[in-house]
Design a protein around this ligand. Structure first.
Ligand SMILES: [Zn+2]
Ligand SMILES: [Zn+2]
Length: 100
């Protein structure tokens, strides 16, 4: 299977390799991705961990090419979900990260 740049997993930022939990969650995700099975649960687990434990490393609000940030901005109770959405940028290709 050849992956295009849009579909290949990006190299996660260095801080994720210094965290045991990040490393474990990324390996779970990579194993699922390589096996070409659904990895929805694993994506959510990584994003939730990033938002909970590494809030300072969650990217800023997307100002371009994102349909989700403008929606989250209008939802007062969506702060956690919004942070998890932005955290997806750190470990997923942009086209996948911004689907939800
Ligand atoms: Zn971590
Ligand atoms: Zn966004």
């Amino acid at each position: 299977m050849d992956l295009t740049d849009d579909e290949a997993l990006p190299l996660p930022p260095p801080f994720m390799f210094e965290c045991n939990d990040c490393t474990r969650l990324l390996l779970d995700l990579a194993n699922k991705t390589n096996a070409d099975t659904g990895c929805f649960t694993e994506q959510l687990a990584v994003a939730k961990h990033l938002a909970d434990v590494h809030p300072d490393d969650v990217p800023e609000t997307h100002t371009r090419r994102c349909d989700q940030c403008p929606k989250y901005r209008t939802l007062p109770d969506a702060a956690d979900a919004w942070a998890e959405h932005r955290a997806r940028d750190l470990f997923l290709p942009e086209t996948v990260a911004r689907l939800m």
